[in-house]
Design a protein around this ligand. Sequence first.
Ligand code: SAH
Ligand code: F3S
Length: 481
Amino acid sequence: MEKIIDESNQGETLSLDKNIQNTRKLYIESYGCAMNFSDSEIVASILANEGFNTTQELENADLVLVNTCSIREKAETTVRKRLEKYNAIKKKRPHMKVGVLGCMAERLKSKLLEEEKIVDMVVGPDAYKDLPNLIQEIDEGRDAVNVVLSKEETYGDISPVRLNTNGVSALVSITRGCDNMCTFCVVPFTRGRERSRDPQSILDEVNDLWNKGFKEITLLGQNVDSYLWYGGGLKKDFDKASEMQIATAIDFANLLDMVAQVQPKMRIRFSTSNPQDMSLDVIKTMAEHENICNQIHLPVQSGSNRILKAMNRLHTIEEYFTLIDNIKEIIPDCAFSHDMISGFPTETEEDHKDTLAVLDYVKYDYGYMFSYSERPGTMAARKMEDDIPEEIKQRRLSEIIAVQREHCMLRTKQHLGKVEEILIEETAKKDETMWMGRNSQNIVAVFPKENYKLGDFVNVKMNDCTSATLIGKADGLSNIN
Ligand code: SAH
Ligand code: F3S
């Protein structure tokens, strides 16, 4: 008993000290891909050491950071609108500083300072460790910019502060940058060359998450299947590595296996896979481990070989189908999702029909669908005219979405009548008496709470569904708990 009191006293003193030190409030907002959300947790960690506490209230912030996305023009427009909102608040809080992080920072560099007067600081995705210096600059009244891209930075040594967490699922980044140079994509320019994170630091983070009660992780990278650790450095320099480094290198299949073994009860997902880099070893590793979820996000972008070539996607649609067939053979209940782009330059009705045919072939569980948005500086922008009229792009997009919607329904219905293991993530949005979680295939399920708790793995009998949500009833705890 005494010991417990001692410990709690100590805890209080510690948090008191922290409160005295942490006097400034950081409001951080993230847009775009999961990688940005993960990066914001790294930024929050770096700034916690500088005396910043995160706040959920923009109106109380001393420092506002917006982690931005450049993938489509609309993503940038959204951020610019947010900057207007910050401007209105700054009128009431003149000492408030505003920093732009992420892909827009990297793409626009110091131009952002000229275009958006509210911005004090511009920081690219590889420069977050420089934030303490940059903040000192803006504190002294100067604008600050660091958009240097790095060959080594993976933030592997930083323990992220989990933001907006449900305490159950977490993001773990494993690679940074992308070497693929898809002609439509701005990411290789904003996030630099590809590099992988030290596997030991990944395992340490996974163990730490498990000890803190987390039950599910998503391994993140622009192109996870391209993961390759040979002691650090760029992926493209691997051929300059020593014999020893080459012999002991760790690829994504090896990493998955290590992560699955180090915490055999931790659920594992990963994103994103580029079909050209996904090996059968990865699929076999998925099949070998119960705790790796049966779900693959496998963007294809188009069903036309001519368009795939123009996009610099380094596989044909036939090779993609073979990959899908192989996965289905090894993991029969594997769920698939996709990214698709309508209206890439020169796309004909015939090409568009090929895209619809891919949907019909795979019958994806769900997908992310976009109309082509020309991005300055990309190969497509430099070499090809954005020649598909907006209304045609949109019409094709809605046709893709309509087919996908049917497939969502079809796939979700396949789970009806089954008992599936669901990891409870949070209270259902529409009904406080229900839990929300996902099955291995990443399909959302809701069911009455009864006596189950957040983070429990529960066997749920699926009785009903909408196109994207299963509705069920718990049938006891899963024996994994
Ligand atoms: N490898 C990445 C993919 C990056 S972008 C990942 O980890 O998610 C996500 C998706 O955005 C792409 O797969 C593509 O379908 C879409 N996209 C990228 N650039 C685009 C553009 N210029 N116009 C429309 N959609 C685009
Ligand atoms: Fe972009 Fe292609 Fe890489 S979509 S992130 S360049 S795999």
